[in-house]
Design a protein around this ligand. Structure first.
Ligand SMILES: [Zn+2]
Length: 209
């Protein structure tokens, strides 16, 4: 069942719907976070506006509340559409070096920056044991100074469709995967409403001769 409109939901919460329809709605509400959010919000509103529940909330209060409410689903609709996105490469420290003709004698770390919509993913590849590297990164989201949308995200490092390493971002969106054997990997970050994939990530020698 598709989400009922706001008006229909209000009718339901106020018990103005026929029984069969009300049953549909209550089934829908058992697994729709967005409509449950509306219900919780409306219950709050009623608590605030009607200490005596025989008194209707003044119309202006309801109208203002509807406006506030309408500003929010726009965000969640966007979030729902996020889907599975392939990140694009913005920066590769090796490319810059090759262009500049710099020959480094020291073991440099390779750095990447990827973007997908309003997310960016920083990656640093540092050599650990022979033929292995550590993958250190941070997921960031624009306009989220609290890091709320980037903490606790699951991510997987896969090769040939098989997830070989997994990690979870910390409260700053940072993560580390240790001892990754040299090779080409896909890194996938799970979001609540989709995922971001970094395809063909080269985990290799810092200084390919
Ligand atoms: Zn719904």
């Amino acid at each position: 069942m598709k989400c009922p409109t706001f008006e229909q939901l209000i009718d339901y919460f106020d018990n103005r719907l026929p029984e069969a329809k009300a049953a549909d709605f209550s089934a829908h509400l058992t697994d729709c976070a967005s409509c449950v959010e509306t219900r919780d919000w409306y219950q709050q509103l009623r608590l605030v506006t009607a200490s005596d529940d025989t008194v209707e909330a003044p119309l202006w209060v309801l109208k203002r509340a509807v406006r506030i409410f309408e500003a929010r689903p726009a965000l969640s609709r966007l979030a729902k559409r996020f889907g599975d996105i392939i990140a694009s490469l913005v920066f590769d420290s090796f490319e810059g070096r090759a262009l500049a003709g710099v020959r480094s004698t020291e073991t440099a770390n390779r750095q990447f920056l990827y973007r997908a919509e309003d997310y960016s993913i920083d990656l640093q590849i540092t050599q650990s044991e022979p033929a292995r590297a550590d993958l250190i990164g941070q997921v960031l989201r624009e306009n989220d100074p609290t890091f709320e949308s980037v903490s606790g995200l699951k991510l997987g490092v896969a090769r040939g469709g098989k997830v070989l390493f997994s990690a979870v971002t910390d409260e700053m969106g940072e993560f580390k995967v240790s001892g990754v054997e040299h090779g080409v990997y896909d890194l996938r970050v799970e979001l609540s409403n989709g995922s971001i994939t970094i395809p063909d990530l080269p985990v290799s020698e810092s200084n390919p001769a």
